[in-house]
Design a protein around this ligand. Structure first.
Ligand code: SPD
Length: 343
């Protein structure tokens, strides 16, 4: 990213939501691999680096330039660099424990359920009797916990690249990592592209991509070749639900994903959203696609959670998702309908 003397970002030629493309071109003068996001007792989703004399410099995160939500930190519980990313866990003053990867907040104990429930139940409640499910990413186990509510499901494969995320979740987030305890879960610690290219054609009823933001390694999880592999791994009329950022910040990225998905998936393509207070702009979106075959209307929960016998799992019931929220999630504000094509 271009930085001038006043440490401002040059955003004149590239729309903010496309700056992702340049996120990992650090200034040669700087060591950009340090994510010291906790400053004076507050965590913020900004990036920081040290200059040659060790002076810390702070930059906007390229995914949400010009803004940073902060949480007060009570105690840092874990901070280590895995082979892939920096993993940070801290106790916050108001949101419980927080998981951060490469400086980006992934979940908090207080609001995690909104995201995990929506990304799992929007696809699984849109088709009848899902049996074979693949989760890509999701190493904290929260999405597994939600998929496991579906008693029709017989197999839950999960492909997570970073063993450290799994270990940290088991230690600090047992209410999410409980998802790994379900006997239907099969864990593959592996690169998702490598895993999915070897999956037999048509194996899954549903694929859920719970990735981190598309900067760095997760970039390829929002691109066409990955969608092609997923489409081939899905049965006819099978469904994909992919994390798809914020309609307030990333309409270019959402448009790119939708047009790639329209080309690849020959069934329906829809965008849905949910409120998650600790994600940038307070909302997060999902792209839902189906392959050619029995038609899927994502706006209608044909497999309603209220009728699922196993929906109350580990003594807990869904706290955000229900059939009304399902329908409402596909209603889009007028500015989104205008800016995002094909909806
Ligand atoms: N901007 C943050 C997006 C985080 C998506 N992944 C969250 C992982 C929770 N299972």
């Amino acid at each position: 990213m271009d930085q001038n003397e006043n440490n401002e970002t040059d955003q004149t030629t590239i729309p903010p939501c496309c700056l992702k493309a340049r996120a990992y071109s650090p200034d040669a003068e700087l060591e950009a691999n340090v994510h010291a996001t906790v400053v004076s007792g507050w965590f913020s989703e900004h990036q920081s680096s040290s200059d040659k004399v060790g002076k810390r410099m702070y930059f906007n995160n390229p995914m949400w330039p010009g803004e940073a939500h902060s949480l007060e930190v009570e105690k840092i519980l874990f901070k280590e660099r895995s082979k892939y990313q920096e993993v940070l866990v801290f106790e916050s003053a108001t949101y419980g424990k927080v998981l951060v990867l490469d400086g980006i907040l992934q979940l908090t104990e207080r609001d995690e359920f909104a995201y995990q429930e929506m990304i799992a139940h929007l696809p699984l409640c849109s088709i009848k009797s899902p049996k074979n499910v693949l989760v890509v990413g999701g190493g904290d186990g929260g999405v597994l916990r939600e998929v496991a509510r579906h008693t029709s499901v017989e197999l839950i494969d999960i492909c997570e690249i970073d063993q450290m995320v799994i270990d940290v979740s088991k230690k600090f987030f047992p209410e999410l990592a409980v998802g790994f305890e379900d006997p239907r879960v099969h864990l593959h610690v592996q690169d998702a592209l490598e895993f999915i290219k070897n999956v037999p054609k048509g194996k899954y009823d549903a694929v859920i991509v719970d990735s981190s933001d598309p900067v760095g390694p997760a970039q390829e999880l929002v691109e066409r070749p990955f969608f092609e592999m997923i489409a081939s791994a899905l049965r006819p009329g099978g469904v994909l639900c992919n994390m798809a950022e914020s309609m307030w910040l990333h309409t270019h990225l959402i448009n790119d994903m939708i047009s790639a998905c329209r080309d690849v998936f020959k069934g329906s393509v829809r965008y849905a959203w949910a409120s998650v207070p600790t994600y940038p702009s307070g909302v997060i979106g999902f792209i839902l696609c189906s392959t050619e075959g029995p038609p899927v209307d994502f706006r209608v929960p044909v497999n309603p959670i209220e009728s699922l016998e196993g929906a109350i799992k580990n003594q807990s019931e869904p706290r955000f998702y229900n059939s009304q929220i399902h329908r409402a999630a596909f209603a889009l504000p007028s500015f989104v309908r205008k800016q995002v094509s094909c909806l």
